[in-house]
Ligand binder design. Structure first.
Ligand SMILES: Nc1ncnc2c1ncn2[C@@H]1O[C@H](COP(=O)(O)OP(=O)(O)O)[C@@H](O)[C@H]1O
Ligand SMILES: Nc1ccn([C@@H]2O[C@H](COP(=O)(O)OP(=O)(O)O)[C@@H](O)[C@H]2O)c(=O)n1
Ligand SMILES: [Mg+2]
Length: 191
């Protein structure tokens, strides 16, 4: 049974940044749904490249069958990991139901790390991210924020009702955010 921590928050809230620090220090393997989708988009012979790019540009969510299979394949490459940081997933109801269907019995969901940060700050971070992403522009960001508000935040609320959400204010400097995140992991792994 794989331990899984879902990492959610608006685009630019620092999910990738924090996950790479947890991976470095706590033995969890970082799996970014967005990174996996971008790699699949670039993979020679993929049937999904054009579909993925159109969702990414529009800030909409790729059908779960694609994303969940990429996540499961990646987990199976790291069978000895302490756990997995599933970054940027589940982002909507389709993601959540597809995951439950495909993964129940194979994973233990520990908690949801919710990185909370005001949207205007998040947008500025994305515009200055400097990774040359096709969706780090004002038009795509507007749509991504809408998707976050309308589809992803309700998923966080759903987990909130199950007492699974650990919220950390990620408006602060990375080191301060990370310090609180480590406390969350320590508390969870003592249980
Ligand atoms: N706490 C922070 N304070 C300032 N900048 C940050 C912070 N966390 C991340 N960033 C920067 O903001 C941008 C988006 O961060 P990233 O980790 O890619 O977020 P996400 O994966 O949630 O979109 C990156 O350029 C990153 O260096
Ligand atoms: N579960 C997911 C995660 C990302 N994606 C797509 O990939 C894009 C980029 O996701 P990301 O997680 O890399 O973006 P950030 O929140 O890290 O900025 C999203 O806007 C979606 O179009 C998806 O369709 N389904
Ligand atoms: Mg990211």
């Amino acid at each position: 049974m794989f331990n899984v921590v879902f990492v959610l928050g608006p685009p630019g809230s620092g999910k990738g940044t924090i996950c790479s620090k947890i991976q470095e220090n706590l033995g969890y393997v970082h799996l970014s749904a967005g990174d996996l989708l971008r790699a699949e988009r670039e993979r020679a012979g993929s049937q999904f490249g054009a579909l993925i790019e159109s969702h990414i540009k529009n800030g909409s969510i790729v059908p779960v069958e694609i994303t969940c299979s990429l996540l499961e394949n990646a987990m199976n490459l790291h069978k000895t990991a302490n756990g997995f940081l599933v970054d940027g997933f589940p982002r909507n109801a389709d993601n959540l139901s597809g995951w439950s269907k495909q993964m129940s019995g194979k994973v233990h969901e520990q908690f949801v790390l919710f990185l909370s940060c005001p949207v205007d700050i998040c947008i500025n971070r994305c515009l200055n991210r400097g990774e040359g992403r096709t969706d780090d522009n004002v038009d795509s960001l507007k749509k991504r924020v809408e998707t976050y508000n309308n589809q992803t935040f309700p998923i966080i609320e759903h987990f909130g009702k199950l007492n699974m959400v650990r919220k950390v204010d990620s408006e602060r400097p990375v080191e301060e955010v990370y310090e609180d995140v480590v406390k969350v992991f320590e508390a969870a792994n003592q249980m």
